[in-house]
Design a protein around this ligand. Structure first.
Ligand code: NFM
Length: 224
């Protein structure tokens, strides 16, 4: 078990931006998975779009890995990020299996605007100008939204359809929760030494991740 850390900047920011954080982690699409009312065409839309997202997320994590190797004083940072990168390889295989199960042909899925906007945002975060602490804050937020959302679908009293529990387990399991907590500790440690200017940037990036995540869930409504 990770030791419980003292309350840091991230928790302070989450309190300050509570409504957007809740919008990202308790989106109606996620709630509909948990209560079993989910529309399967929405799920299929999410699956196709998320497969494309994850392919774009790989270079972002690879860049975070490079930055961890170059700039982090802690050798364990690289191991945490490498673990995340390795699990993306399994994840891509899982998406392919789900794609066949739900009859979603990824080769014909076109990225929707919210997906394109999110990819562009990730690309901008890969610039050398962006501080390591800002990258790690964004990385944590991206992973944590999925962890909190899908863990909610597995909590007591859920009516999550059996055929969707695999997706919920992928991000809602305890190992993924531990990994998110490790990424959060890295971000918090870096933020402790950050200037006021960098803190403001990290807070802004955190809020923008939450906004992109809400817009991403919104795509499922179309159920294309
Ligand atoms: C839109 C979005 N945000 C976060 C994640 C979780 N990270 C990797 O899988 C995801 N799959 N999709």
């Amino acid at each position: 078990m990770e030791k419980p850390e003292k309350r840091g900047m991230i928790d302070t920011w989450l309190d300050k931006h509570r409504s957007i954080h809740t919008a990202a982690t308790r989106h109606p699409f996620v709630v509909s998975i948990r209560d079993g009312s989910v529309d399967l065409s929405s799920f299929r839309t999410w699956l196709g779009q998320d497969y494309l997202f994850v392919r774009g997320f790989v270079p972002f994590v690879a860049n975070a890995l490079i930055r961890a190797g170059k700039e982090s004083g802690e050798s364990s940072d690289m191991e945490v990020v490498l673990g995340g990168l390795a699990s993306l390889s399994d994840e891509i295989e899982w998406f392919k299996r789900e794609g066949s199960k739900w009859d979603v042909d990824f080769s014909t899925v076109v990225p929707q605007k919210a997906n394109q906007d999110y990819s562009r945002f990730l690309e901008a975060l890969m610039s050398d100008e962006v501080k390591y602490s800002v990258i790690m804050t964004a990385f944590w937020a991206i992973e944590a939204v999925y962890q909190e959302s899908f863990a909610h679908c597995l909590e007591d009293g859920n009516k999550t359809p059996a055929e969707l529990t695999g997706a919920c387990q992928r991000w809602g399991n305890d190992g993924f929760k531990q990994y998110c907590s490790s990424v959060k500790n890295i971000a918090e440690r870096c933020l402790e030494n950050a200037s006021g200017h960098v803190l403001a940037e990290a807070e802004d990036v955190l809020v923008r991740v939450l906004e992109h995540e809400v817009a991403f869930w919104e795509m499922s409504r179309g159920g294309q």
